[in-house]
Each structure stands twice: as C-alpha cells, then as structure tokens.
Design a protein around this ligand. Structure first.
Ligand code: FAD
Ligand code: FES
Length: 517
C-alpha cells in the first residue's frame, strides 16, 4: 500500500474491524447520515445510512489507503480524511481526485430489523457525453492532463484522445517526489499513476518526450517538437509550472539541484547517497519537505530562507512556529532572514558572510506557470491562463487546468494555486466540460503537506490579510487554524483533525457556519 510521509495505511492487517456484515447487523446500529465500519468477504466494508436507504462500499481509499470510516459522509458521498477524495456511496465510484480508482460496491439485503451484505455488485453508470469533439488533445501529461484523459473515457467519450507530455515519463505521483520517494521509503512502483497498459486499454494515445511548440487556432492544429502536427477538436492546456532559478554566482555548478520532475528527484537521491551535508535554499513547502527527506537519509541539513518564519504567510504565525520547531527538533538548522550570495564547490555563502559547508544544494524558491505557449497563441493570460468558471479560456474549445489556470473561485475571487488535488480535479472538470457538461469548478482548494510527524491539511484559500485563530492545542498536534476575512471563513489548516478539515470544506462549499471542536 502506498504511503505519504507517514500517511501509511496500517499494513494490510489480518484483523478485520467491526461487525461481520455477512452475518447481519441491526439496522438501528447505523444512525441516519452516519457510517459504520465492518467487514464482509474478508474485506473492510463501510455501511452508510441515508433516510431509509443503506449503502455498502469498500472502506479503504484507493489513493493512499485512507480510512474512509474516519471521513465524512456528505449527502450520498463519503470524503476521505487524508486528502479529501470523494466516493459515491451508491456505486463506489471515485468521483473526485486524488483517488482515481473506485472502491468496491456491495449488495445489501434488509430483513425486518436487520441487514446483511450479500456480495459485490457493479453499479458503474454507463455515460454518454452531450458533446463529442472530433478529437481531444491534452498538452501536458501531469496531474491535470492525466486526470482529464481518464475522465474523458469515464464520461463515455470514444473519440481520439492524445496526451502529449514533454516529460520522459507517463503521469506520476509528483507530491511523493519530495516525500517518501526522496526519503528512500517509497518503492519505484508507487510513482506511476497508471501503467502503460492502462493507457493502451483506455485508447489514450500517449506521446512522451514531446512538447507542443505552437497552436494554430484557425486550423485547429498543434505543432509538436518532433515536427509533426495534430488536429484537435478540443484542446486542454495543462502545462504546469517550472522552478524559478536562482541567479547568483555559482548557480550553474553541477551540485545545484531543483525539484520538479522524477528525474530531478532521482538526481537529488543520487547526490544524497554519497553526501554528508546539504543546503536547501528556500523555506517553503518543497524546500522544507526536501529537508525532511534528507534528514531521514541522515544528512546534515541547513535551510536558508529570506522569511523570518517558515510558511507564516500561508499558515499563520503559530503554525509556522510549530513547523520551525518540529524541523529544529529533528536536526534541521535554519538560517532565516538570509539570502544566498554565492554557491561554491563546498559551501554556500550567505548575504551576511556566513559559509554553510555542503556537498550539494537544493533550490526551492518557487515556481512559475508555463504560460509561454498560451501567450504565443494569443490566449488571455495574467499570472496564469485566464479561464471562466467552466475552465475555458477566451478561445472557445480551448480549456486550461492545473498550476497554469487562474479561475474565478466563488469565495476567493480569481486565483491560481499550485495544489495536486486542485490540478487533478480541474483536469476532471475540464474533461467533462469539453464534453458539454457546463459544470462550474467550485470545489474549495485543498492541499496537504508533511513535516516529520506533522501532517497538515489545508482547505480553502486565505489571503495574507486574513485573521488566523488557533483552535485546539498545536503542541499536542490537535488543532485547526481558522482563517477569516471579516466574518467569512476563508480557509482552515488542521493538524490531527482530519474530519474537522472535511467539515470546514463543507462549510466553505455551503457558506454555512463552521465550528471547531
Ligand atoms: C516535489 C513536489 C511536491 C509536491 N507536493 C505537493 C503536495 O504535497 N500537495 C499538493 O497539493 N501539491 C504538491 N505539489 C504541487 C503539485 O504537484 C502540482 O500542483 C501539480 O503537479 C500541478 O499539476 P499540473 O498538471 O498543473 O502540472 P504538472 O503536474 O507539472 O504537469 C505538467 C506537465 O506538462 C508538461 N509540459 C509543459 N509544457 C509542455 C508543452 N509545451 N508540451 C507538452 N508538455 C508540456 C510538463 O513536462 C509536465 O509533465 C508538489 C509539487 C512538487 C514539484
Ligand atoms: S488517502 Fe484518501 S485521498 Fe489520499
């Protein structure tokens, strides 16, 4: 089972929890609007009740194995407590990323006051799209592009789908590249999201190591780096982002690394194998996660950040402090309020003259959206590709999703974020809209980040000016930081309160009151 910097599923334990649903169970044991964990046919099963209806689906999230029984039931869905994937209770279908595979769906038999689970059933709906473009070309085979390609098929589109990616690999689990994979605790097989066979079976034509160089919106063609061109009926731009590069003396030395791709992560791993000391430049999410992974590899790690407190701008002072202390307690040395002045073979020199000895350097000072192609095509951009609520650009038939898209969030206004779950979900929504669904993208943004034993779930989108109030005990890792603008809830960052973070998600969606424990 895959993990996520400690979000491990308990090793497939032989101990099955809860009642045996095959033997039967009292209906009144499941409260209305609640879920009950039990088992049937040797697997954990979740039974949920809504009015007079009972549902039974697999209890283990297909993303990283999160325990769905600890999640939240919302209408006819259950949301995973770890990274907020959503499953349909009626069918087991994975209806919102990051889970891409469905969970099992079971038949329930009611007899008098009791029910029992009698077997697995396939209730997957067969769908037919409203629109069927002549072909769909997806530019960028990352989180958004991969999720979009799959969704086109799930929605019943049977025309040609081309997934064109500059990377040498098919879509993979990018968030893992700074976490378990870099720490050396994730095997290679966790990294690809799908096998090459999957794309073949789905008739998704994948072109790796191929960039789209230009788009001709008149001829409805894209020009590829290998000289070929492809016709498109509809187009999805999902070109992601790339690391901002340092511009200081020594920035091009061979021991200076960046982290965006699988190749980058492998390169850092190779350097770490023969190293004792590393300097990480940048105290934001990627830099700090790299610091965690390199500490897990027993390297001495110094982090240089121009901020006075890591992540304070995003997560608030209290949580920023906790993150700093957690890193320090695990041996990370911070040099905050400092910038690097020069990189040399054996050290990094800071603006105050301090020299930090190191064998290699990892730079994580932010990313820039890959909007060049859109700009050259005349598609409207402004710190990202501008899209409407349906994720369509100003050029009809051309959609954008993921790190490049700036969309009108119903709560935060026009925003662009760099979150895995948002990119995948936008890919999914864009795919449905390419097929005529006219579905606005309204889900609150969500991301997670791991720092040793601190697992942060963040839902919503706060601006730097929002008020942050801590509810609970941060030191005990049982707290939520609640962000508000005036009286309006804008975001909630939780530690050890995964269910509360899901409740915040619902409050954001519905504009209802949110109360912490
Ligand atoms: C190391 C790391 C850890 C992360 N951890 C987290 C996390 O814990 N939680 C979280 O929420 N987010 C995390 N993120 C952010 C998350 O991975 C991104 O938000 C997400 O991948 C964005 O998806 P995307 O599809 O927009 O872009 P990408 O996944 O970057 O995919 C874009 C693809 O487009 C390709 N491409 C670019 N230009 C062209 C072109 N012209 N032609 C063809 N192909 C092109 C690129 O090669 C790339 O493969 C992390 C990111 C990194 C780098
Ligand atoms: S484990 Fe369920 S969403 Fe990640």
């Amino acid at each position: 089972m895959r993990g996520n910097g400690g979000d491990f599923m308990a090793e497939a334990s032989s101990e099955l929890e809860g009642p045996d649903f095959q033997k039967g169970c009292e209906i009144e044991n499941v409260a209305d609007g609640e879920m009950l964990l039990g088992h049937a046919f040797g697997e954990q099963v979740l039974v949920a009740k809504r009015g007079n209806e009972l549902f039974a689906i697999g209890a283990t999230c297909t993303h990283y194995g999160g325990p769905l029984a600890k999640g939240l039931m919302v209408d006819c869905t259950v949301r995973c407590p770890w990274h907020h994937a959503r499953f349909d209770l009626r069918t087991g279908e994975a209806i919102a990323a990051p889970a891409l595979n469905d969970v099992a769906c079971y038949e329930i038999e009611k007899r008098g006051e009791r029910f029992s689970v009698t077997g697995k059933i396939d209730k997957k709906p067969v769908r037919k799209p409203k629109l069927s473009p002549a072909s769909v070309v997806i530019i960028g085979a990352g989180a958004a592009g991969g999720a979009a390609a799959e969704m086109l098929r799930r929605e019943g589109y049977d025309g040609p789908v081309k997934l064109v990616g500059a990377d040498e690999f098919l879509p993979y689990d990018r968030p893992n590249l700074s976490k378990d994979y870099l720490a050396g605790s994730a095997p290679e097989e966790w990294i690809p999201l799908r096998s090459a066979d999957f794309y073949r079976e789905q008739k998704i034509d994948t072109l790796t190591k191929t960039s789209v160089e230009a788009i001709d919106t008149q001829k409805k063609q894209v020009m590829l780096s290998d000289g070929r061109s492809l016709d498109y009926g509809a187009l999805l731009l999902a070109t992601g982002a790339q690391p901002v590069h340092l511009r200081i003396p020594g920035d091009d030395l061979p021991h200076v690394c960046y982290l965006r791709t699988l190749t980058d992560s492998r390169r850092i791993t190779e350097k770490a194998k023969n190293a004792k000391r590393a300097v990480v430049i940048g105290a934001s999410f990627i830099g700090l996660e790299v610091a965690v992974s390199l500490r897990e590899r027993k390297l001495e790690v110094a982090v240089v950040g121009k901020v006075s407190l890591p992540l304070e701008k995003v997560l608030g002072r209290e949580l920023g402090n906790l993150i700093r202390k957690t890193h320090e307690a695990n041996g990370v040395k911070f040099h905050l309020g400092r910038t690097p002045a020069a990189i040399r073979d054996q050290n990094v020199q800071l603006d105050n003259g301090t020299k930090l000895d190191c064998d290699f350097v990892v730079v994580g000072i932010g990313v820039r959206p890959n909007t060049g192609l859109a700009e050259r095509t005349g598609i409207a951009t402004d710190n990202g590709v501008l899209v409407n609520e349906f994720l369509e650009t100003n050029v009809p038939g051309i959609f954008a999703a993921g790190d490049i898209a700036r969309w009108p969030d119903p709560r935060a206004g026009r925003i662009r974020v760099e979150h895995w779950v948002v990119a995948q979900r936008q890919g999914q929504t864009a795919a449905r809209n390419i097929l005529g669904a006219r579905e606005p993208f309204v889900m609150p943004p969500f991301f997670w980040s791991n720092h040793f034993d601190l697992h942060i779930r963040y839902v919503g989108h706060a601006s730097g000016n929002d008020r942050a109030n801590v509810s609970g005990d941060l030191k005990a890792k049982d707290a939520s930081v609640v962000f508000r603008s005036g009286d309006n809830l804008t975001a909630v960052a939780s530690i050890g309160r995964d269910r509360e973070n899901l409740e915040a998600e619902v409050a954001l969606e519905r504009g209802t009151e949110f109360h912490t424990a």
